[in-house]
Design a protein. Structure first.
Length: 111
């Protein structure tokens, strides 16, 4: 989608520090990390938030999160998955994304 920063990352118009990619999913390091490991996981298909997400997309994203957790070796110590939806949640990028936060003991309130 035009003017969507995450679509531009998918199209390689904006560089990113990619950690995982497959046919449907891209994951990259957050530019403004809120934890020692902070990865953003997105579907390649543009949708604004969970409000537009279908079952298959959500399943595919969580399969990728599972792989990324093992790849980044955060599966044993643990990690947090967050998605912000809409104004009150502070969603700044209107392309569905899930934050993976890990690498230290996380505060109760983060992101
Ligand atoms: P949210 O506040 O849930 O919409 O999260 C959007 C996230 O995208 C924020 O954590 C930003 O730091 C991150 N972000 C924005 N632009 C980029 C970029 N070009 N590369 C990596 N992460 C980005
Ligand atoms: Zn997009």
């Amino acid at each position: 989608m035009e003017d969507c920063i995450f679509c531009k990352i998918i199209n390689r118009e904006i560089p990113s520090d990619t950690v995982y990619e497959d046919e449907n999913i891209l994951a990259f390091r957050d530019i403004n990390p809120q934890a020692p490991i902070h990865i953003v996981v997105i579907p390649k298909k543009h949708m604004t938030s969970v409000l537009e997400a279908d079952k298959e997309t959500i399943g595919t994203i969580f399969e990728a999160i599972n792989k990324i957790a093992k790849q980044e070796k955060i599966d044993e110590k643990g990690f947090r998955v967050i998605t912000n939806c809409g104004e009150n949640a502070g969603q700044t990028v209107k392309h569905l994304h899930f934050h993976i936060l890990a690498g230290s003991k996380l505060n109760e309130k983060i992101c």
